[in-house]
Design a binder for this molecule. Structure first.
Ligand SMILES: Cc1ncc(COP(=O)(O)O)c(C=O)c1O
Length: 407
């Protein structure tokens, strides 16, 4: 074992166990225990310790771990022997899933890919293709907002407002501009001759769980219509049920030109998509974009099952109800402990600003068997499985409060 490997960073926060050497490239700090099993809203490590999961693989495992329906679909699809054919050919699960989205959203067509960043990169290309198809050679600009996170690939990183992520990799994709979350600034930035699209997260996730005001989003929709600029909604983290609506924009009452989704789409299998409206779909030609793996039969079959479950009215009602309840509980905790500066969120997506650095609280919670994740230096984020019950959420809040108080 080389020293380079054994000195790789492994801890997200101080834990008592000695770090395990890891041959995985050190792009993440990870605590030392190995997770070996998942069940419902809990994960188990190799010592048998259980962890209540308020992270859900970062807003991915919306149906929880070891879901019987998801396992059944995986097994049934494996039994067909059809896991991958490439996008040179049609397969039934991908076709059915796209039809489902066309029936249940504004979309007229669906593009599949494997991750959130890939979905946003594709949406940027589609926006430029749409502008060129109209004969606008200079209309290539992409505008994103202060606090945005859209991914870590060259185009999406250019649209991501995190200097420490960007700086080591400059120059990023040209033509991308980050603008304040302010309508006057957006009015000044959206030049119809040079800007093809604006990309917005209805709730900024990595940027600290910032819920954009519905009035702001509605005014932005109007402005983009006026300026002939496409509106891309990045619902990779906040979409597919997390706000208590299938799509976050349904709760706001706006219709985008494109919507990107990923994280919970196949409950842990890599899957993303761009939902596009008719004008965008009409601009795309064979050969304009591609992916070897995107939307293969296994992931598409699982996604077909998952999105139908996430669209169930009873589940969405549960998320809305738990959202109201969490708001009350977190407000009371803020008053009781004096350790919280602000809370923001809705449904099953909450950001809690703390006086102490979030990493310290996340580390102590981990020791207590509670999984939390930060969203910026002083924000703890709660993005649990959407199926988490009120009793399980109560258990999580008790552990969270103890971790907060332990400073
Ligand atoms: C809003 C948003 N967009 C894009 C991404 C990138 O997704 P991925 O990590 O799957 O590339 C993320 C990931 O956290 C996200 O939260």
């Amino acid at each position: 074992m080389s020293t380079a490997l054994s000195s790789a960073p492994t801890d997200v926060a101080p834990t008592s166990a000695a770090p395990l050497p890891s041959a995985i490239l050190g792009t993440y700090k990870r605590p030392s225990p190995l997770f070996v099993r998942g069940e419902g809203v809990r994960l188990f490590d190799d010592t048998g310790k259980s962890y209540l999961d308020m992270v859900a693989g970062i807003a991915v495992m919306s149906l929880g771990h070891g879901d019987a329906g998801v396992s059944r679909v995986i097994h049934e699809t494996l039994a067909t022997g059809l896991i991958h054919t490439s996008n040179l050919y049609r397969t039934a699960p991908g076709e059915r899933l796209a039809e489902w989205f066309v029936r249940h959203s504004f979309a007229s067509k669906v593009f599949y890919c494997n991750s959130g960043a890939e979905a946003n990169e594709a949406a940027f290309k589609f926006a430029r293709r749409w502008a060129r198809a109209q004969g606008h050679e200079q209309k290539v600009g992409i505008v994103s907002l202060r606090g945005a996170f859209h991914g870590r690939l060259p185009g999406t990183l250019a649209a991501t407002d995190r200097p420490s992520y960007r700086q080591p990799f400059l120059p990023l994709m040209a033509g991308v501009q980050i603008v304040e979350r302010d309508l006057d600034d957006l009015r000044a930035a959206l030049d119809p001759e040079t800007v093809a699209a604006v990309i917005v997260e209805p709730i900024q996730g990595e940027g600290g769980v910032r819920v954009l005001e519905p009035e702001f989003l509605r005014a932005l929709r109007e402005l983009t219509h006026e300026r002939d600029v496409l509106l891309i909604l990045d619902e990779i983290q906040c979409g597919l049920g997390r706000t208590g609506h299938l799509f976050a924009h349904e709760g706001v009452g706006i219709v985008p030109d494109m919507c990107t989704i990923a994280k919970p789409m196949a409950n842990g299998l890599p899957m993303g998509a761009v939902l596009v409206n008719e004008p965008v779909a009409g601009a795309m030609q064979p050969g304009d974009h591609g992916t070897t793996f995107g939307g293969g039969p296994l992931v598409a079959a699982v996604a077909e099952h998952v999105v139908q479950r996430l669209a169930e009215p009873a589940l969405l009602a549960h998320v809305r109800e738990m959202g109201c309840w969490l708001h009350g509980e977190l407000t009371a905790m803020m008053q009781r402990t004096g350790k919280i500066r602000a809370i923001r969120g809705m449904g099953m997506m909450w950001g809690i600003d703390t006086h102490e650095p979030a990493a310290a609280i996340v580390g102590r919670a981990f020791e207590r068997g509670l999984l939390l994740v930060g969203a910026g230096e002083h924000t703890v984020r709660l993005v649990p499985p959407l199926v988490m019950s009120q009793a399980e959420l109560t258990e999580a809040l008790v552990l969270f409060e103890a971790s907060l108080r332990e400073e």
